[in-house]
Design a protein around this ligand. Sequence first.
Ligand SMILES: Cc1ncc(COP(=O)(O)O)c(C=O)c1O
Length: 423
Amino acid sequence: MQDYFEQAITRDQADKLARFRDYFSNNEQLIYLDGNSLGQLPLATKKLLNQLVAEQWGERLIRGWNEQWMDLPSRLAAKIAKLVGAQPDEIFVGDSTSLNLYKLAFAALMAQKRKTKIVSDELNFPTDLYVLQGLIKQQFHHHQLLLIKSPDGISIGEEQLEKLLDNQTALLTLSHVAFKSAFMYNMKNVNELAHKKGALVIWDLSHAAGAVDLELNASGADMAVGCTYKYINGGPGASAFLYVRKDLQVQLINPIASWFGHNKPFDFDRQFQSADNIRKFGVGTPNILSMAAMEPGLDLLLEAGMPALRRKSEALSVFMLEMIQKELVPLGFSVASPMQIEKRGSHLSIQHPEAYRINRAMIEPKDTSKAIIPDFRPPDLIRMGFAPLYNRFEEMAATIQRIKNIVSLNEFERFGKEKLTVT
Ligand SMILES: Cc1ncc(COP(=O)(O)O)c(C=O)c1O
């Protein structure tokens, strides 16, 4: 391991993004490898929220809407657009990823009324599949949901995907980066395959936004949804976003008509008249406190730039994979992520029969060493995320060293097998 620690120090010294770590709280007390689940708190967010609550809400009260808050969602949308390679008027910020997927999937199925197939894959995040199942049960009774199978539970080939697409396919919806294995589709290729069959595509970018270079416009994406509490560092339950390509916006109808999707909400007209732009996807009053919390994290990502962030994420991930193969595979671990970096998002999963208890032992060390926080995904995965704004190479080497110690000294036996609610 000594060699790896030396390499890590050299790489940290050469890291052009190293200074961004100082903009986050908490980072000397622990090694945080869960930025793919809940990103760290930017120090500027802490300050901003205090000020917003005390001054804007506390003193300005309802005047805050005209002074600051009405413009906030579109300002954030413009920043997210930059991050994902879209136009500002193609992004709506608000609601949760699940709700945004519901709205877009409903709209897409209505727009493709004569087709009855919905295609997704078995690596997709459960909420996405639940939303589709719910739509079929409640409204689209004759539709069928087909899931592309993964031969190894890690990846899916384009040829497997292509086999399920035909001219009856109304909608293809996939996570761009799979939540367990980190498998990443080639978005442009998949859009082309789907469009050849006349299917619309919705991407879930939750594990991709702020983690990989996205070019929604250039890759011909129709629609997308994503959360902002992972790599965007927006905070627990932060508002999500959706993307709809400009020329599709006219034909798609939000199934939830509400005043914030109205053309003129403050006319208080009794008759609903939809906005004719991306605002039509609004459902109710924007969640200002949570939205405001998103901006400092977005600003840091934009300042660092996605190409540089992806380069560092790749370097961290490749370094980690090399150590896993050399040091952990001999101890009974296997790699549950694609081997090629161009097929991986910004996390890595490793498999071990005692994954849950090893994960607990990493988080709750028995001595004064730093807690190391990855997460556990059933049945037997430890998932480690690389957030290039704040993770260091040295943390990667320290993590591998800790896992080696935990396993070789059976340290995980301090914990029971019953699981905590959030793992
Ligand atoms: C890929 C993916 N989609 C959707 C969700 C759920 O999003 P929300 O809770 O905002 O509906 C998650 C949550 O982790 C996710 O990882």
